[in-house]
Design a protein around this ligand. Structure first.
Ligand code: PRP
Ligand code: URA
Length: 213
């Protein structure tokens, strides 16, 4: 948890700080940018799944039979918010390749900053699944909040939101709209500029991931 934001955990680790410094730099090329997003997402997923319940199972090693532990309970679903959330999927899947992947299509209208939904596809049985919602940027919080609204409308009850860079405005919006949804971020930045960009941030994550600007 982070002081003023009871819903926020900043996943602070020297490796994450180091990689974030390259991710933020405007000179970092597209290929490295994507690799860094994956690597940080993987490190964050490690923390985000720390409290998954495990159960004892009996296994036989080449030497003898023993007790080991396996994850039990609800099945994990990764849900990237398109487009930029897609950049985090491979990194998280490298830790949990069996997780299913849903998709939420949202873009932020550049004039109103309001999220517009254009696609929504998640596996059936939402109530019996744990959702990890992925988006590198939490700015005003409009997109994340709308994505959580959409998941809840479809029956989801267990949702965590993973982002790389968060603004206080977005964290607060999530606390107001969805106090039951923990937010995990690699960094909490200063705030938003007049165009709704995070300061200091890393610019437009989707454009940098996909080379569209
Ligand atoms: C970016 C980002 C988030 C959203 C955050 O997406 O990836 O989804 O903005 O801003 P908010 O917290 O103010 O809603 P964008 O709308 O630029 O779409 P893109 O991923 O297709 O580039
Ligand atoms: N979306 C981005 O990609 N970057 C920001 O700084 C804010 C919203």
């Amino acid at each position: 948890m982070s002081g003023a934001h009871p819903n926020l955990t900043v996943v602070d680790h020297p490796l994450i700080r180091h990689k974030l410094s390259y991710l933020r730099a405007r000179t970092t090329p597209k290929k490295e940018f994507k690799e860094l997003v994956d690597e940080i997402a993987m490190l964050m997923a490690f923390e985000a799944t720390r409290d998954l319940p495990t159960e004892e199972v009996e296994i036989t090693t080449p030497i003898e039979t023993t007790t080991a532990h396996r994850i039990r309970g609800k099945k994990l679903v990764l849900v990237p918010i398109l487009r930029a959330g897609l950049g985090m999927v491979d990194g998280v899947l490298s830790l949990m390749p069996g997780a299913r992947v849903g998709h939420v299509g949202l873009y932020r209208d550049e004039d109103t900053l309001q999220p517009v939904e254009y696609y929504f596809k998640i596996p059936p049985g939402a109530a019996d699944r744990d959702f990890l919602l992925l988006d590198p940027m939490l700015a005003t919080g409009g997109s994340a909040s709308a994505a959580v609204d959409g998941l809840k409308r479809r029956g989801a009850t267990s949702i965590r939101f993973l982002c790389l860079v968060a603004a206080p405005e977005g964290v607060e919006r999530m606390r107001r709209d969805h106090p039951d949804v923990p937010v995990l971020a690699a960094a909490l930045d200063r705030g938003l500029d007049e165009n709704g960009y995070i300061m200091p941030g890393l610019g437009d994550a989707g454009d940098r991931l996909f080379g569209t600007r």
